[in-house]
Design a protein around this ligand. Structure first.
Ligand code: SAM
Length: 418
């Protein structure tokens, strides 16, 4: 039986409040804050925290996109900073210098993967997955997404309602590029000739240069409508991303990551080279290339092709190599010629690459992390090999979520006498 009331001790990694029941059981309760007295059934807040604020979005609660809109920004940002400090402490870096959290503003997210469902009456549900269930929250608005993407919700619903190739479920990946919104539709049917005409008319009406399609379970991506070029620039270099490509979630988050990465570089001589792992489209490669030559490695074939084409046009300071770094990590020997290394691995981290990094002769490793648990695991190896943290910067790319992005600058202390 649930206790009558509990006090919230802290927030857990998923943003739920943690409390201890009288019988010692740990309770995880959504929508509460540290210090609040709460009736667990509901939960019902009996004494609200002074840090509690009114959530701005009408979908907050059921929508799984945000979990912390009810918390004031200063304590929320401090919580994210503490989580980074804890992740590093668990790796052995007890006193790592952790900067203040760089928080990104609302209404700036430029990438959304929206779930789609067709109701029995033919109408379309479009939104993020509901919290704790497979259902989809039908969104009228969104306070984190860029308004240019929110403005597409209703027109997309109307388009999808008329598409026979959308039977029961699908998703719409929207990337807001410099050239406008880029749309990738993953549907449970294949659009025919007439539907392609409807998609082209939709693209023209909504100022969408490209619409691509793919099956629900992945497979080949094909262009369904192309009215113009799709592009985005990094440090002034224009890249043509494949549909649905990875982008840093907000321009402000990207700028904060780039700034922290560049700040973490050592002094570089004219001939210095930087190794960059998990380079994607070159978000970091081109800013890095303003400081040194960059050898960029990336596993996804479409991303590396886009990066390579842009790099060649830009004059060759970036070389792009396709490499699966989980199967074929760079060896300590291969790393010898680099002045510094930047890695920005996927959520799983870089377990296979870390042993070679730890024992390499590198002096600096700049680790861009989107997963504190993987950062702890990967950081442990560096700690054991004598590395220290020169600076760690938490970056709140996913406002009001429990996710945490960070740039951590690892430095090898110089051997005595050198
Ligand atoms: C977090 S994204 C970062 C991309 C880029 N640095 C950026 O800022 O846009 C991680 C990248 O790692 C790549 N990746 C994932 N697994 C990989 C692997 N086994 N080998 C090489 N690259 C991989 C993904 O394709 C993706 O581009």
């Amino acid at each position: 039986m649930l206790p009558v009331q509990v006090t919230i001790e802290a927030l857990g990694a998923a943003g739920d409040g943690v409390a201890t029941a009288p019988d010692g059981a740990r309770l995880f309760l959504p929508g509460v804050l540290p210090g609040e007295v709460v009736r667990p059934e509901g939960p019902v807040v009996l004494s609200p925290s002074p840090e509690r604020v009114a959530p701005p979005c009408p979908h907050f609660g059921p929508c799984g996109g945000c979990v912390l809109q009810h918390w004031g920004i200063p304590p929320y940002a401090a919580w994210k900073r503490d989580r980074l400090a804890e992740a590093l402490a668990r790796a052995g870096f007890e006193d790592a210098p952790v900067a203040e959290t760089r928080v990104t503003p609302p209404a700036t997210r430029r990438r959304a993967d929206l779930a789609l469902r067709r109701r029995p009456d033919g109408s379309v549900v479009l939104g993020f997955h509901s919290r704790g269930s497979g259902a989809v929250e039908d969104l009228s608005t969104c306070h984190v997404l860029d308004p240019a993407l929110v403005a597409l919700f209703e027109p997309l619903r109307a388009l999808l309602r008329g598409l026979q190739s959308f039977r029961r479920e699908g998703s719409a990946v929207l990337n807001l590029l410099d050239t406008g919104p880029d749309l990738l539709l993953r549907l449970d049917g294949a659009p025919g000739v007439q539907e392609r005409a409807a998609l082209a008319a939709f693209a023209a009406a909504q100022g969408i240069p490209r619409i691509a399609g793919a099956g629900l379970k992945g497979g080949a991506t094909e262009t369904l409508a192309q009215l113009g070029s799709a592009g985005i620039a990094f440090a002034g270099v224009s890249v043509a991303p494949p549909p649905g490509a990875f982008l840093q979630a907000t321009p402000q988050g990207e700028a904060a990551i780039v700034a922290a990465v560049l700040e973490g570089l050592p002094k570089l001589t004219g001939k210095a080279r930087i190794a960059e792992l998990h380079a994607g489209l070159g978000t970091l490669s081109f800013p890095l290339a303003e400081r040194a030559r960059v050898a960029a490695f990336e596993g996804a074939p479409e991303a590396v092709a886009a990066l390579d084409a842009a790099a060649r046009k830009a004059g060759g300071r970036v070389t792009a190599t396709r490499r699966d770094l989980a199967r074929q990590p760079l060896s300590a020997k291969e790393l010898e010629s680099f002045a510094a290394l930047v890695l920005d691995p996927p959520f799983a981290g870089a377990a296979e690459q870390m042993p070679a990094l730890a024992r390499s002769a590198l002096q600096r490793i700049i680790y861009v992390s989107c997963n504190p648990t993987a950062l702890t695991r990967d950081g442990k190896l560096l700690h054991a090999a004598g590395w220290r943290v020169a600076k760690a910067t938490p970056i709140d790319q996913f406002l009001w979520s429990a996710q945490l992005e960070a740039v951590v600058v690892f430095e090898r202390p110089r051997a005595r006498g050198k």
